[in-house]
Design a protein around this ligand. Structure first.
Ligand SMILES: O=C(O)CCC(=O)C(=O)O
Length: 271
C-alpha cells in the first residue's frame, strides 16, 4: 500500500557524513556540458546552449548531447558507464532504498530497481567577466528513469515544486512544494508524481553564505543536490562500445574528465 508518494526528511544526513561527502566532492571535477552535440546541428527551432550549471554523474553518465535516458524509446546509447559510488554514498543509498521499499507499493517499484545512478547538480552563480550571474534554478521537467527517485540537498535552501504544466503562456499550477534544506532527503514516486506532474527548482536562497570548496570552474556553488535514479544495467553502455558518431560527441567531455579521473583516463586509453 502506498503510504506517501512524497517523503521529506530534514536532517537526514549527519554532520559527520556531510563532511565525508564534502571531502569526496573535492576529488571530483564537474564539467559544463552543452545541450547538443558540437558536431551536429541542433534540432529545428533550438540553438546550442550550455547547461545552467556544472554537473557530475556517478554510476552512469547521461550526457545531455546524447539526449538523456528516456524510456520507452530513448534507451540506447544514453547512459554511459561511469565511476562507482564511493562507500560513504553507497551506505546512504542502501538506507534510502530501505525507506523506499517500506513506503512504496510493489507496483511503484520496478523489478530490479535500485538507485544505481547519481546526478550531482551544482547550483549557484556563473562568474562572467568578473560579474556574478545567478543560474540557480531548474525549469519544469520529468525524471524519466523508472521508479522512485531520491534527492539529498546541501547548502542553501531550494524551493522545489511539483507542477501541472500549462499550455502556451499560462502559468503552470503548483500542486505541491517543499523547501529543501541542508542535509535533507526528499523522495518521490508513483505515477502521479513521476509521470503526470512535472517538477522544478523555482529558486535557491542566498542566505547561508557558504560557498562550497568544490572544483566548479568559473562558478560559485552555494547548493549541491544529489538525485539518485534507476537505470537498468542492460541499458548502460561502455564508452568504447558506442557508435563512432556518438563517441565523437562525448569524447571532448571524456577527455576533460580524464584529466582528474583515472576511470575516464582508462576509457580514453582503451579507444
Ligand atoms: O536540485 C534539485 O532539488 C532537483 C534537481 C532535479 O530536478 C533533477 O536533477 O532532475
Amino acid at each position: 500500500m502506498l503510504k506517501k508518494p512524497v517523503i521529506y526528511q530534514a536532517q537526514f544526513v549527519s554532520l559527520q557524513i556531510r563532511q565525508q561527502i564534502m571531502d569526496y566532492l573535492k576529488t571530483l571535477y564537474p564539467i559544463w556540458e552543452n545541450r547538443f552535440s558540437d558536431f551536429k546541428p541542433p534540432p529545428q527551432g533550438q540553438s546550442q546552449r550550455s547547461l545552467l550549471r556544472p554537473v557530475y554523474w556517478l554510476g552512469n553518465w547521461q550526457f545531455a548531447c546524447l539526449d538523456y535516458y528516456h524510456p520507452p524509446k530513448g534507451i540506447k546509447n544514453r547512459s554511459v558507464e561511469a565511476e562507482e559510488f564511493p562507500p560513504v554514498i553507497q551506505t546512504m543509498v542502501d538506507q534510502i532504498e530501505n525507506i523506499i521499499r517500506q513506503h512504496y507499493s510493489e507496483k511503484d517499484i520496478p523489478r530490479g530497481w535500485s538507485l544505481n545512478t547519481l546526478l550531482i547538480n551544482y547550483y549557484g552563480s556563473k562568474i562572467e567577466n568578473g560579474k556574478k550571474i545567478d543560474t540557480a534554478r531548474v525549469g519544469e521537467h520529468k525524471d524519466f528513469e523508472p521508479g522512485p527517485v531520491a534527492s539529498i540537498s546541501f547548502g542553501d535552501r531550494a524551493l522545489f515544486q511539483f507542477v501541472r504544466s500549462a499550455h502556451k503562456q499560462a502559468q503552470s499550477e503548483v500542486v505541491l512544494q517543499q523547501w529543501l534544506d541542508d542535509c535533507s532527503l526528499q523522495i518521490f514516486g508513483s505515477d502521479k508524481f513521476k509521470k503526470d506532474l512535472f517538477h522544478r527548482v523555482q529558486r535557491v536562497e542566498d542566505k547561508r553564505k557558504e560557498i562550497f570548496d568544490v572544483n566548479t570552474e568559473d562558478f560559485e556553488t552555494r547548493r549541491i543536490n544529489f538525485t539518485f535514479r534507476y537505470v537498468p544495467r542492460e541499458h548502460w553502455v561502455q564508452f568504447h562500445q558506442m557508435p563512432d558518431d556518438l563517441k565523437k560527441d562525448i569524447t571532448p567531455y571524456v577527455q576533460k574528465l580524464s584529466i582528474h579521473s583515472s576511470f575516464f583516463k582508462s576509457l580514453i586509453e582503451r579507444t
